[in-house]
Ligand binder design. Sequence first.
Ligand SMILES: [Zn+2]
Length: 121
Amino acid sequence: MYCRDPAVLARLSRRMRWYRKIVNVFPIFVLCGFAFGFISCGGHLCRKNLGVFDLLWVVPLVLAAFFLGLPAVILSGLFRNGRLKCPCCGEAFTGFWTLVVPKECASCGFSLVSEHRKGDF
Ligand SMILES: [Zn+2]
């Protein structure tokens, strides 16, 4: 049973877009933190005090861990277990073995960005 009400689809898609952004942005944020850590530590890995440049990667990493980490892990689990359903078809939005949450539903092709299915006008 496909939902075709644009108001309902827009409301549910907006929420799913936010969930998708949180899940997909968190690994990029952490990887940037590790990259800055690798760059700033360079040749002296055992420094005790942090410099000004080190704050550029410590602050985003700590903020990501506290404010994005727990919701990202929970939402990623909900996506992978199929608890978060497609707003259009009601099936699981994505499969278990996905690295990032795609913008289109795995079963019906409904796009969270355009709020249409493939072939719909
Ligand atoms: Zn779907």
